[in-house]
Design a protein around this ligand. Sequence first.
Ligand code: UD1
Ligand code: MG
Length: 468
Amino acid sequence: MLFIVLAAGLGKRMKSNHPKVLHTLVGKPILGWVLSACRSAFDPGQSNRIVVVVHPDMAEVVDYLEWWKEETGIKGVENVFQSERLGSGHAVIMAKETIDRCEKGERVVILSGDVPFVRPQTVQELVQCAKSCDGAVLTMDHPNPQGYGRVFRDPQGFVAHIVEDKDCTSDQRSNQEVNAGIYVFEARALSWALGRLDNENAQREYYLPQTVEIIQKHQGRIAALKVDDAIEVSGVNDRLQLVALDRLMRLRINHYWLAEGVTIVDPENTTIEPEVRIGIDTIIQPYCFIKGKTGIGKDCVIGPFSQIADSWIDDGCVVDRSHLRGVRAAKEVHIGPFARLREGTELSESVRIGDFVELKKTVMGAGSKAQHLSYLGDATIGENVNIGAGTITCNYDGYHKYPTQIGKNAFIGSNTAIVAPVSIGEGAIVGAGSVIVENVEKDALALARGQQVQKPGRAAVIRERNKK
Ligand code: UD1
Ligand code: MG
């Protein structure tokens, strides 16, 4: 099956320096949603290809397609250029060579790059609908049809023609059945009809919907599949529609997780991206952003204002007001409030990370703690280690990054600077305020700070002098 995604339109009403189809909805570009719908509607028995029609000034879209191909491993994706924006029909003509390479009887699915939330099942139903005809169009009875093409049927219920809003008579305008901009055609019928399009209309454009009328007039038949969920046919043309759709999809995802046994305290103010997975009895408090490929286990509490991206959080963890990216946390780990855990952080069971602690590429063994005000980077820390408040691994000399090793059961006193590369042995104790530049042996006490000096009575002398 061939999928054609129309994405060359200007998107003027977005008032943006970036292509409309790359604006995001719940963290995923509009075009990404459409491509996912194509992918899920692939016919497993056939070779499936996707052609995206873009304008030559849309290099960002071409880069995104390359990224998407790599990410999904789907090879049959290409773009064709439409250098002059002469209408949706003209955009499809740009893919005519590919259409003409289709086998006779093969179906071509056409989707609008700005209609993100059509369900894959709906696309599959539309394909079914088109099986016994020359094509099928997705429609909806819209409470506010303004701006959409209106669908007119013949006495048998097939689509006779589609009239754009701007070309409608006032009588036609009162018809509420609208064209969703999603179509399936038999490849030969489509190719033949594309050759017969004209631009005799209010906008002087080559309209794709005119193909329906052309096929119908030559004894072809185009079926209509009516959906009743407005989100499936909603297009994004401006930022108001973007945020309205974003909210609707966010709520859908959150309601899904509520139904799956996850408590989302405030579904209006929680963002869970589509690829996230969450276990039952986990509680997500308000204002959290859970992004990318994140997995959260059972019985966790994710505190307010947390941001978690591309991380794996095992059962029974607590994350409170913290930012995590690329983190793996085993069972019963507590993080936050106000921690920042970066790429490559791996925390074993029952680790405790407290306030104002930053970790980067750091591994901590079971039961270890860094409860206050620390930076630990490129460090490998054993089990049951206590990292005192204000401990810093000095892992960077302005040119290179160096590693730190801390053995199990070690105790690092507060305000210690550990100048990497260096290792601290198992069970060692480092005195508070030390600057450690040399390796510390197993079970040793290391002190690296000035000797304390005490002058009896001197404070009272200074006080008296200052009073005078
Ligand atoms: C289109 C349909 C309308 C339907 C509505 C549903 C046409 C003429 N009308 O109207 O019947 O109710 O969608 O949302 O198709 N595009 C190009 N190149 C162009 C022009 C458009 O690639 O030269 C692409 C756009 O990027 C977009 C799609 O085609 O993805 C539809 O174009 P748009 O201008 O958004 O048409 P609508 O007015 O929304
Ligand atoms: Mg549109």
